[in-house]
Design a protein around this ligand. Sequence first.
Ligand code: SF4
Ligand code: ZN
Length: 139
Amino acid sequence: MTDPLEDENWRDRASCRDETIGPEIFYPDKDDHPTIRRAKLICRTCPVSTECLTAAHENGEPFGIWGGYTPEEREIIRVANKLPVRRPPDIFPHGTAAGYARHRRDKSTPCRSCVTAHTVDRREWKQRNATEKAADHAS
Ligand code: SF4
Ligand SMILES: [Zn+2]
C-alpha cells in the first residue's frame, strides 16, 4: 500500500468513481441503514479501500463512509489503533454535491456553486433511474 498522502492517484482507482454511483450514498443520514449498506457493499469491492480509510484518518474526516466505515466505526478503529485525533483541513468542498450536503448539515445556506452541483447531480441521478426503469420495462 502506498502512502495516500504521497499517492493521491489512488482516488483514480476508487470504485465510487463509477459514474453510475451518485456521491450522495456515501453521505447517508445516520439512521439510513439501507443506504449505508449499499455504500459499504461498494467499498467492500474497492481496490483502494485501505488507502481511503487511511486518508480519512489522516484528514480527520468527520463525515461520510470512507473505506467502508461510518464515522462512528472509524472512531472505534482510531481509538483501537491509538491513532491521534486529527482535525479535518478547513476546506469546504464548495461546488460539489458533498459541499451541498455539508451546507445542509451545517444548516448554512448553500452557495450557488453547491446548489448547481447538487442540481446537476440530482438530474443525472433521476436520468439514470429513468433509464434503468425503461430498461427494466423493455426486458
Ligand atoms: S473505499 Fe469506498 S469510499 Fe473509499 S474510495 Fe473505495 S468505494 Fe470510495
Ligand atoms: Zn458551497
